[in-house]
Ligand binder design. Structure first.
Ligand SMILES: Nc1ncnc2c1ncn2[C@@H]1O[C@H](COP(=O)(O)OP(=O)(O)O)[C@@H](O)[C@H]1O
Ligand SMILES: [Mg+2]
Length: 320
């Protein structure tokens, strides 16, 4: 087990400014005390509903948002303390893919130039060497060389996500933050894009931080899953812990939201969902303090952590 990236007690607060003096009157605690370890070559999933703080974690890792406090340690060094120019290697090693490639890919550039850019910047490639790498990269995501001369809008959503993956993979990074990379795609296309991500991971040993609002989509992707709510992790575990032995009410709700394929399952699931919803709304629930903030995580097995009040036991009898 090699830790590639470690986050310790990360907090990211956005100021709320009001009045004509534009003074900071309060903060949105988008990320409020998160710890995680991403291992080399593995996939760490962060799952939670919209607004829970997932993207803020991803953006803070790549430097698009500023941490309020905490540490982000990459290969033994806290990158939050590194001077911008010393982050060259880090910026090459850690790439990000977004949900909406139509806005993240420059619409005025041909695919060839989009993929060339990081190679020129980070590896100083040029001429035939650069061309050869670009041709090799576009093939990795199953597109032909003709695609290189087209513009982003000439592709379907799924193809465009694959192009964005190609751009991210170009510099052979060690970690890719994939923020809802398939959420805008049809189900059939989602599976295809996920397969490319898996294949690329295997071939190059890349680690992923995979962000999604949907526990159904990430089942085959993640080695470790963190369930996020209100800026904090409410449950962390392996695939088995989360899907077969969920303990936090919020994890159970996310599981119940996965669409069922048979009619019988749908009916059972509907009843389960209604019961969970009542429990949740009645606040007869474990896992949150009086102010609605999730409790700190407690370890319940070697791989499984749950947000519980101190001294409280997770409910062992299971309705899943
Ligand atoms: N730049 C920003 N300024 C102020 N508030 C923000 C900003 N970005 C996100 N937020 C707020 O932070 C919270 C977490 O947002 P985000 O990380 O985008 O969540 P998620 O990706 O889980 O949907 C939300 O309440 C959101 O409105
Ligand atoms: Mg988001």
């Amino acid at each position: 087990m090699t830790a590639l990236l470690t986050i310790k007690d990360l907090k990211v607060y956005y100021p709320i400014k009001t009045g004509i003096l534009n003074r900071t009157t309060d903060h949105i605690k988008a990320v409020d005390g998160v710890d995680l370890v991403i291992e080399a070559g593995k996939t760490y999933g962060i799952i939670g509903e919209s607004g829970s703080g997932k993207s803020t974690i991803g953006k803070t890792i790549v430097g698009l948002e500023q941490a309020t406090s905490g540490e982000i340690i990459y290969e033994g060094v806290n990158i939050l303390h590194k001077k911008a120019k010393k982050r060259f290697e880090y910026n090459k090693d850690v790439q990000m893919i977004f949900q909406d490639s139509l806005s993240s890919l420059n619409p005025k550039k041909r695919i060839k130039d989009i993929i060339s850019e990081p190679l020129k910047n980070f590896e100083k490639l040029k001429g035939e060497e650069l061309q050869a790498r670009v041709r090799e990269i576009i093939k990795i995501v199953g597109l032909d060389e003709d695609s290189l001369y087209k513009y982003p809008h000439q592709f379907s959503g799924g193809q465009r996500q694959r192009i964005d993956i190609a751009r991210a993979v170009a510099t052979r990074p060690k970690l890719i933050i994939a923020d809802e990379p398939v959420s805008a795609l049809d189900l059939s296309v989602q599976a295809q894009v996920l397969n490319y991500l898996k294949r690329i991971q295997k071939k190059y040993g890349i680690a992923y931080l995979f962000i999604s609002h949907d526990l159904g989509v990430v089942y085959h992707m993640c080695d470790t899953l963190a369930i996020m709510h209100r800026g904090r992790f409410v449950e962390v575990g392996g695939r088995k812990d989360i899907y077969q032995d969920p303990r936090h009410i919020y994890t159970k709700r996310l599981l119940a939201a996965i669409p069922q394929t048979t009619i019988a399952d749908r009916e059972i699931n509907k009843q389960r969902r209604q019961k969970l919803e009542q429990e949740f709304l009645a606040q007869k629930i474990q896992g949150y303090d009086e102010s609605g903030k999730p409790y700190p995580l407690q370890r319940i097995s070697e791989t499984h952590l749950v947000a519980l009040r101190k001294g409280e036991r997770s409910n062992v009898e299971d309705d899943h």
